[in-house]
Design a protein around this ligand. Structure first.
Ligand SMILES: Cc1cc2nc3c(=O)[nH]c(=O)nc-3n(C[C@H](O)[C@H](O)[C@H](O)COP(=O)(O)OP(=O)(O)OC[C@H]3O[C@@H](n4cnc5c(N)ncnc54)[C@H](O)[C@@H]3O)c2cc1C
Length: 455
């Protein structure tokens, strides 16, 4: 197949793709041929990451042209979905079948595979990130083989959040729950001091809670509380919540942006997929003209971390559009930023000025380092490779997995070199004894076909 013109930049426009070739295969056979032939290859999802992770020194390939299959298995509450589909498309179809995903990110525009690759998340102390819903995936590996991995396979927890380094994901199988109704209400003006004693209670005050601040004053500008419609418990009332006043009209979290682009508020119940994201699929999400950074820390560090950020609030505010604080439940995925720890996420939507933002990103990393930070893989960060290695116990195992599927480093790029180290690093870190790992002889994943979904 021939190359076509691909996107020149990522969604934010801060990364100009250097990949000389772009392919959009229409069949699995075409995709396998592209991968087999390429010396270097990376997949581009919907391009919503803010760094160079989707760029390639050789071929860049999209799976958006593969058949857009969505196969719901009602009896087993599973869906098999084409990797390049967006959550907007998947969610509406699931709801038609009476099903839902447990949670969604702030925007539904992103591809399922791209979101899972980076550990993309929403909020809620009981809600894991989106990739934790995966129970199976299909991967075209460097040699063009089709490999299927399922929950229960040794390698599966290593393969779900993969940074694009294992191969091309063509389909995922996700766990579903029955469709549900959500209502959301925005509250305003909560003093930051209230969080010292009540952070956990406020975060537990809804199914999914997001706190926003612009760091220009000692208060949360907004508190978005998304509650299961049927539980009807406070705080989705018109009463103040921990002294924060309910907004009387719809709000956008970024000052000055139109609320019409945001999902329904004011306590009006509606389907899960029209309330859990902040932004509607038919509009540009967030500010559009922006950069983003996010760090996940152990949940118990939320209040001390807030104080550490307050110390540098003025520096943050100077380049900030808005900061959002969310909760993410622990999972077992090796490279998930919430791996094995309930987490709090501190997210920053920046002005679109890389030169001004980068020194503040480094400052944040210094302030948050004592708490054990994990950067969001798809956003801007400057965390050194050694620190990433020190903070992810299973990273050596992941490198072994990557070597297994991609021995010559076909799926590597400048981003993987920065985050994972060069290929030699994998060889320099043999698996430590006494830990569960993917061993030679216990094959990480077999070339095999998933049977038809039951039900
Ligand atoms: C406005 C905005 C709001 C956001 N809100 C949130 C949020 O609420 N929560 C959050 O956690 N993040 C959020 N993000 C970040 C975003 O969810 C992640 O960057 C996500 O990875 C983007 O998905 P994508 O499909 O655009 O992937 P891309 O950016 O295109 O790719 C991401 C990585 O996945 C790999 N990849 C993609 N598809 C495949 C595939 N089929 N096979 C193998 N590898 C693949 C790529 O190679 C790359 O390494 C937001 C981003 C934006 C722009």
């Amino acid at each position: 197949m021939t190359t076509t013109a691909g996107p020149q930049t990522n969604w934010a426009g801060n990364i100009a793709f250097a990949a000389p070739d772009f392919y959009r295969p229409a069949t699995l056979a075409e995709l396998r041929a592209v991968v087999t032939r390429a010396r270097q290859v990376r997949v581009l999802g919907t391009g919503h990451s803010f760094n160079d992770m989707a760029d390639s020194p050789g071929a860049q390939v999209s799976v958006a042209g593969l058949p857009p299959d969505i196969e719901v298995a009602s009896a087993s509450s599973l869906v098999r979905v084409a990797a390049g589909l967006s959550y907007a498309r998947l969610a509406a179809e699931l709801d038609r079948h009476g099903f839902a995903l447990r949670n969604l990110a702030s925007l539904p525009h992103i591809s399922v595979a791209g979101a899972c690759a980076t550990g993309t998340h929403g909020s809620g102390p009981a809600n894991q990130n989106l990739s934790a819903a995966a129970v199976g995936l299909e991967l075209v590996t460097a040699g063009g083989d089709v490999v299927e991995l399922s929950r229960g396979d040794d390698a599966f927890p290593g393969a779900v959040v993969h940074l694009g380094a294992l191969g091309v994901v063509t389909r995922l199988i996700l766990e579903l729950v029955p469709s549900f109704q959500v209502s959301q209400r925005v509250y305003e003006g909560l003093p930051l001091d209230v969080l010292d004693a009540h952070f956990a209670a406020i975060m537990a005050g809804g199914y999914s809670v997001s706190m926003f601040t612009d760091w220009r004053g000692p208060r949360l500008t907004q508190l978005w509380i998304k509650s299961l419609a049927e539980d009807g418990t406070p705080p989705v009332t018109e009463e103040p919540w921990f002294t924060a006043a309910p907004a009387r009209s719809a709000r956008h979290p970024v000052p000055g942006m139109p609320p019409e682009t945001c999902t329904q508020q004011l306590g009006v119940p509606g389907p899960w997929f029209e309330r859990l994201p902040h932004f509607k699929p038919e509009f540009t999400p967030s500010a559009g003209d922006e950069l983003q950074t996010e760090y996940l820390l152990p949940a118990g560090q939320a209040v001390p971390a807030l104080h550490a950020l307050r110390q540098v609030g003025e520096r943050i505010a100077a380049v900030l559009r808005i900061c959002e604080i969310r909760m993410i439940a622990a999972d077992e995925l090796w490279l998930s930023p919430a791996s094995e720890r309930d987490s709090v996420g501190f997210h920053f939507t920046w002005l679109p000025d890389t030169a001004a933002v980068l020194p503040v990103v480094s400052l944040l990393e210094r302030q948050l380092a004592p708490f054990g930070l994990h950067p969001h893989w798809g956003k801007i960060f400057t965390t050194p490779t050694a620190d990433l290695h020190a903070s992810y116990d299973r990273l050596p195992d992941f490198l072994n997995l990557a070597r297994h599927y991609d021995p010559k480093g076909k799926f590597r790029n400048a981003y993987t070199a920065r985050c994972l180290g060069r290929l030699a690093v994998a060889l320099a870190h043999p698996p430590r004894p006494g830990r569960r790992r993917t061993q030679a002889g216990s094959r990480p994943g077999r070339p095999r076909r998933h049977p038809p979904l039951p039900g």
